[in-house]
Design a protein around this ligand. Structure first.
Ligand code: DX5
Ligand code: ZN
Length: 220
């Protein structure tokens, strides 16, 4: 499984967001965009105007992590703004069949997200609908939190299920990913690693990506 590092811009310097995205883009193959509504999570982030602006600085895929109570109503505007995939929380749509079909009709990829407290069984019947399975290793809402190692058995269960079912779904880990924690996530079966603070909180984001990648590869 190749390793992908997916920068989350949540903790980037928003006064020069385009510059920061352009700086790291040659070193990654996708971006992770955290959309929050102040309701599903107690925080607000950004929406369509920001995503549309960033679309002018890179052609890389934009994986939108929707921490919102009504995600499906945003699919059309997100597609228009340049989103590539939309990932919704299983906690807001326990049966995501209709949202998955809506995303496909709009030409979007589809993903499901699990909070730390949500078991793998909640998504198991729907993994076949997904391009991406996003396993949270922090309680969503804020960047810069500490990695919760208790979620690792769930990641192992997801990897086992996906491999034994012959699926090619990406398994992403999101929250508290650093050079110190990425190895644990890799060992447990993740192939895409979302990192915000570890990249944009570093004085040298490009070097930070190289250090994350090296630490994940050390687990091969
Ligand atoms: C948390 C977000 C994460 C976050 C990751 O609600 O979903 O994507 O930005 O940030 P770090 O890497 O700082 O934990
Ligand atoms: Zn996220």
């Amino acid at each position: 499984m190749p390793i992908s590092i997916s920068p989350s811009i949540l903790n980037a310097d928003f006064t020069r967001l385009g510059e920061q995205v352009s700086l790291v883009a040659p070193h990654v193959d996708r971006f992770h965009l955290d959309v929050m509504d102040g309701h599903f999570v107690p925080n607000l982030s950004f929406g369509m105007p920001v995503i549309e602006s960033l679309r002018t600085v890179t052609d890389l895929p934009f994986n939108c992590h929707l921490m919102v109570t009504n995600p499906v109503s945003l699919f059309g505007p997100l597609a228009d703004a340049g989103a590539t995939t939309v990932s919704i929380h299983i906690e807001v749509h326990p049966d995501p069949s209709v949202p998955a079909a809506t995303a496909r009709d709009l030409g979007l990829g589809f993903g499901l997200v699990l909070n730390p407290a949500t078991p793998f069984e909640a998504v198991e019947p729907f993994v076949r609908l997904c391009d991406v399975l996003l396993v949270m290793s922090v309680v969503p809402g804020f960047g810069g939190q500490s990695f919760i190692p208790d979620v690792l058995p769930k990641l192992e269960a997801a990897r086992k299920f996906i491999d034994s079912s012959g699926l090619v779904t990406d398994i992403e880990m999101d929250g508290g990913i650093t050079p110190e924690t990425i190895g644990m996530a890799r060992r447990a079966g993740a192939d895409v690693f979302v990192a915000g603070t570890a990249i944009f909180g570093s004085p040298d984001p490009v070097d930070a990506i190289a250090r994350l990648r090296a630490a994940a590869e050390a687990e091969e």
